[in-house]
Ligand binder design. Sequence first.
Ligand code: SAH
Ligand code: SF4
Ligand code: F3S
Length: 450
Amino acid sequence: MLDRRRYHITTFGCQMNKADSERMAGILEVMGYEWTEEALDADLVLYNTCSIRDSAEQKVYSHLGRQAARKHENPNLTLIVAGCVAQQEGETLLRRVPELDLVMGPQHANRLEDLLEQVFSGNQVVATEPIHIVEDITKPRRDSRVSAWVNVIYGCNERCTYCVVPNVRGVEQSRTPDAIRAEMEELGRQGYKEITLLGQNIDAYGRDLPGATPEGRHKHTLTDLLYHVHDIAGIDRIRFATSHPRYFTERLIRACAELPKVCEHFHIPFQSGDNDLLKAMARGYTHEKYRRIIATIRDLMPDASISADAIVGFPGETEAQFENTIKLIEDIGFDLINTAAYSPRPGTPAALWDNQLTEDVKKDRLQRINHLVSTQASERSQRYRDRVEEILVEDQNLKDPTQVMGRTRGNRLTFFAGDINQLRGKLVKVKITEVRSFSLTGEPLVTACL
Ligand code: SAH
Ligand code: SF4
Ligand code: F3S
């Protein structure tokens, strides 16, 4: 028997990229490739790249250098750059790394097999033209057997002045409610228990689909979608990300409170706590509106966990404006915030402004905000102590095989003693005994009847 060709994928960036990688891995397996952990052994290597900040973009180049050298010894090696850097750089990437066989933007992920056929007939291929994303008929190779991602809307029509995503992911394209439901039903049949619905701006879901209600609202909002998929057999938990404060509705909050499978966990980036900066970022809301959203969530779901993203050192940010961000964080109390120092990105308006801050100022603000974020996360963790939480078991604790790990409904990683072969995919009541900033440890209440 011929040796099967081995492939390796390294994924950078957000959940969208992870979901795309799982689909591309599925396509490669259908084509007869076999997964290998080792990028330097593989016959086909794919880097699924992220361009959100310069540091993310630079990561791929060092990997590419090594692979390009390998290609000189092994011309049969197939070398692919996919994802957001591929879209951003296109042909330029081929000029920079002529050893590449294929440069493909995120909208082309489902076309990997076609593109590879062109490569195998002797072409160097660049696929970055905007296309309508073909409805997904691939069978993803999912990393988890318990929780799965389901794309509901691709692309982004916002124009936040710092952000490359609209340039690299294209215009919004919603999948139909029935296509989403069909994928979730299949996941339910395969034994998946938790689904995270994905979109860069998930609150925009459906606005590109035809139809409007008599009240003038579009017909297929995210709220409608949650009702549409809520009863799917086998699925115990539903999450969604990422929420945009500009479009986040009270109707959605009410649906989350009402629908038992929807977890009380909200990821709503605020980016800045200062209204003038929010305006310069073109975010379309004020910090007062953000505070009202969180107040309504906490009114209906007092224990909801709230996470967010924030940028410090945006062009022109004064010390007083930075302090408004600190104040917002102090007032609200977050479970987690992904923080970043502003990074000028190609093709974005803010990168061209002449009021850029120095790296020192950005670094200093990042350190200060990070200190606050971890202190606050640790305080927010305290509320779990001695409580009984429902944990969905995902995997073994890699650092301690006598333990399993899973998440609370609020998305806190939790460890407890148990056998993964018995517990994978089970919902277990766990009494929390130890709390840390970003994780918990506990003791299972009943294991006998599992
Ligand atoms: N769609 C989401 C965010 C997607 S990008 C939203 O609208 O909130 C993920 C995060 O990266 C952003 O929330 C932002 O905090 C950060 N980010 C985006 N562009 C950035 C830049 N140029 N510099 C620093 N951080 C950035
Ligand atoms: Fe980027 Fe703004 Fe779109 Fe989020 S909403 S992906 S920050 S442009
Ligand atoms: Fe990065 Fe692209 Fe996601 S730029 S954050 S991988 S959409």
